[in-house]
Each structure stands twice: as structure tokens, then as C-alpha cells.
Design a protein around this ligand. Sequence first.
Ligand code: 2F8
Ligand code: CA
Length: 324
Amino acid sequence: MDEINIHANADKASGDYIKWKRETDGSENIYQYEDTCHTGKQIRTGPALSGTGESRMVEKSSYKAAAVILGLLCLLLLIGLMSLVFLYTKGSSKKEIEMVQLQTNYNNLTEERDQLQTSYNNLTKERDQLQTSYNNLTEERDQLQTSYNNLAKERDQLQTSYNNLTEERDQLNKKLDDITTDLQRKLQGLQSQELRYFSGSFYYISSSEKSWEEGRNDCRQKGTDLVIINSREEQDFIRGWKKRTWIGLTDEQTEGTWRWVDGTVLTTPRFWAESEPNNEGDEDCAEIKHYDSQNSWNDVPCNVGKYWICEISLKNYSKVTRQC
Ligand code: 2F8
Ligand code: CA
């Protein structure tokens, strides 16, 4: 049985060593010993190499070559690992730089975005304020437009009223001229006669006696008519002449229905003498008979001769003017 001691630490003869031992059955065992302790620990077992010393030399060379190859492989592996680490580190650095740049860009973009967002918000606010101002201005404009339209409408109405009034004034002026001319003509016709004025009317009494119709025609020729008595005061004024005179009252048209010469039916006041009108022998025209009494009217035949009184009423002119 062969036995070889191999020291793992050449500088220390008493250090750890490995014992290679060939067993009788041809197998080989390798034991590891620690220092002075001779109890070995078996670390390998296997068949023994065939051959003698020469074969052992070959085996040793093979082990050395294997060790060298193994070393080279380890070196290559180490170099590879280092390269990988280098590349990884380099890649990581590049990535880190890129990440930093990306982060910076991201931060810049975020800041720009925030600034843009702020600008957008400000612009939105300004736009809303402008929109509000625009709406207010639009509303004010519409109100002003409405006021303007109303004023224009009022102006047009006033203009129309002004035009109407101007036209009315012109018509009135024309009528006034006509009335003035008419009055002047009538007054010229009565110039030589005695005229009396009472409460808005001129009165004329004839100097001769004629029938009711002839007396009325005389008045008409002068542009007037027989007197119409409308009040107690006028009745007293008329009977103040103290003459039996025709007045402008007749029932010729309908017996019993007394009408004034302007067509109005006699109502009140009325100043018939007692028991009159009695139509004694077809009496269709009225006279002032009992002039000393207020109730002085009498109906008599129209063809008898009597004085007559004409009336030029200025109120009638006034009425005509207002009707225009
Ligand atoms: O008594 C009243 C009566 O007097 C006269 O007749 C008699 C009158 N006639 C004339 O004057 C013509 C009536 O009219 C009057 O009613
Ligand atoms: Ca009578």
C-alpha cells in the first residue's frame, strides 16, 4: 500500500497537508490533515491510476496543465466579469446621466407646463372678465338702443302732433279770417242801425213792422237771424225795448211743437204769457207782447206786421271755431 504526504503549505512543514493513499483493493483515497492532528478527513476516493512512476509523472503534468487551464479559465472569467461590471457600470452611468437629463427635462417641462397652466388660467380669467364686460356693454347698448327708439318714437309722435297743431292753427287762422271778414260785412250792413250788445251777442231792432217771414228775411240778408232767447236775463234784455217784436220761435212745421230758428225745440226757459200759446185762429209765430211782464210771449198769425229783432251771436262763431 503506497502512501504520499502532500503539504499544502510548503513554508510550514508541520502545517496542513493532504495524504494520498493507494489501498490494497487498488483504489486511491485522499485525506486532509490539519497540523499535528493525524486523524485525516477523507476528501476524495476513487480507483487508483495504473502505471508506475512514469505514469505518476504524466499524471502530475496533467494536473499542472489542468490547473494552468483552470487558472486561465478563471482569469478569463474574471476578465469577463470585470468587463461586464465595467460595461454595466458604464451603462449604468450613462443611464443615470440620461435619467438625470430626463429628470431635468421632465422638471423643466413640468415647470413650463405649470407656467403655461398659470398663463392659461390668467388668460381664461381675463377672457371671462372681457366676456362679462362685453355682455354688460351689450346690455347697456341694447338699453340705449331701446331708449333711443322710444325717444325717436316720442319725437315722431310729437312731430306728428306739432304738424297737426300747425295745420289746425292754420285752419283756425283761416276760419278766424273768414269770421272776421263775415263779421265786418255784417256790422257794415248794420252800420246805420241801432245795435245793442248783451252777453256775447249784438242785437238789432227794426224800425218798421213786417210779417214774421219778412222780418226773418231781413235778418238773413244781414247774415243773422231772428233772436233766440236762452235765458231769463236775455228775456229781460229783449223785453227792455218795450215794443211788440217778433222772436225766432214758430210751430209752423208741426202744430204745437215750437222750434227756434236754429231748429232746436223749445224746452226751458220759456216765457209764455198766461193762457198762451192758444193758437187762436191759426197762430204759428211768437211775439213779445206783454213786455212789462217777464212772461210776455204770445202766439199770433205769422202774417201780421210787427217789429222784429235780429241777433248776431258771437258765441255761435266761437262754437263753430271750436268744432273746427
Ligand atoms: O187774449 C189773448 C189773445 O189776444 C188776441 O186775440 C184777441 C191775440 N191776437 C192777436 O193779437 C192777433 C191772441 O193771439 C191772444 O191769444
Ligand atoms: Ca195767442
